[in-house]
Design a protein around this ligand. Structure first.
Ligand code: 13P
Ligand code: SF4
Length: 335
């Protein structure tokens, strides 16, 4: 297949709606370089019966340009289980693509860059969970969805930051193993009476934010609303006005329309929410997730065109991991 990546009149016309949407977040000079990829990916999607799922941390050109479904980790897990197309391209990180494969085992699932990992998922192995279960016999295991398929196979029920407290309380027990995010575990512990036994995983993006940074922002912008992701440290969360998952952040900004807002999370969140909320002033100091940012229009095109980077998981692991995600989906979101 020979693909000409030039900014032709056809490309310009067919991508103009997308450009109008994101022109305030994508520099003018970059558009002629991005548009041919967007045009080609969207064409190939139809020709190959493929669907693109993208996490909220993907760049605006992916989020608004080529994605069919966007959302937080919970939404992506739910949507992956309902896909009709033959091929799923996951614009996110490895655990998200694995989750999609577990939920749709008969579909082909691709990740545009197989090296797109996650410091949380890499902090724990299936064997670590087996060892913890021996140390705490009978204590149910709640694992963040940011874990490998092997960890999910040893897990009773998964959660995301959009339902962690609800999942823990749904078990009706007085103690749980909550893995692997130490900060999310601490956050959940402030919201429930259930005893939380945690692991030492951390998100390399959210652990960088500090209470000092937040105090300085409050000094510089007296009327600022600060919204933190629960993967941040307890100090950062208590210095913020609200804590919630990426979808909670989207809803908060949409409903409350704060004058100035700082999202204590990955950089693309502010860019993507800004598009739908042009009158909100986003303070855009942020931290990039190198894993999320390793997904590009160029490797999405390569993936969809050459069927590269398929996610393969053995059927036994899929069978054992699936129940923990199904239980999480059945529990649903918390407010
Ligand atoms: P949520 O979209 O579930 O809030 O997840 C944040 C995250 O860090 C995913 O990598
Ligand atoms: Fe993992 Fe943090 Fe990157 Fe999300 S932002 S993928 S939790 S390292």
């Amino acid at each position: 297949m020979n693909i000409q990546l030039s900014f032709t009149d056809e490309v310009k016309t067919n991508t103009s709606q997308i450009y109008n949407k994101i022109k305030d977040t994508v520099p003018d000079v970059e558009w002629p370089l991005l548009a041919p990829y967007i045009y080609e990916i969207n064409k190939l999607k139809k020709e190959t019966n493929s669907i693109i799922l993208a996490h909220n941390y993907q760049t605006p050109q992916i989020f608004y340009g080529v994605a069919d479904i966007v959302g937080d980790s919970l939404a992506l897990a739910v949507e992956a289980s309902k896909v009709k197309e033959d091929n799923i391209i996951m614009c996110g990180v490895h655990f998200m693509a694995e989750t999609a494969k577990i939920m749709s085992p008969h579909k082909k699932v691709y990740l545009p860059n197989l090296k797109a990992g996650c410091s949380l998922a890499e902090s724990i192995t299936g064997q670590d969970v087996i060892n913890l279960k021996k140390k705490y016999p009978g204590v149910p295991v709640v694992s963040y969805v940011n874990t490998s398929a092997d960890v999910k196979a040893e897990t009773d029920v998964c959660c995301t930051s959009a339902n962690a407290v609800k999942v823990v309380e749904s078990l009706g027990v007085n103690k749980v193993l909550f893995l692997p995010d130490e900060y999310l575990a601490k956050y959940v512990a402030t919201k429930t009476k259930v005893e939380i036994i945690s692991w030492h995983g951390k998100c390399q993006v959210h652990e960088q934010f500090s209470e000092k940074e937040i105090a300085e922002l409050r000094k510089n912008y007296p009327e600022i609303t600060i919204i933190a992701h629960p993967e941040c440290s307890p100090d950062v969360i208590s210095a913020s006005d609200f804590a919630g998952s990426t979808s909670h952040m989207v809803n908060y900004v949409k409903d409350k329309k704060p004058k100035n807002v700082f999202l204590v999370t990955e950089c693309s969140m502010s860019d993507n929410i800004q598009v739908e909320n042009p009158n909100v002033n986003f303070i855009k100091t942020c931290n990039l997730c190198p894993h999320m940012k390793s997904i590009t229009l160029s490797n999405i095109l390569d993936c969809i065109k050459n069927k590269k980077n398929e996610i393969l998981i053995d059927s036994n692991t899929i069978k054992r991991a699936r129940g923990s995600i199904e239980k999480m989906i059945a529990i649903g979101r918390q407010d």
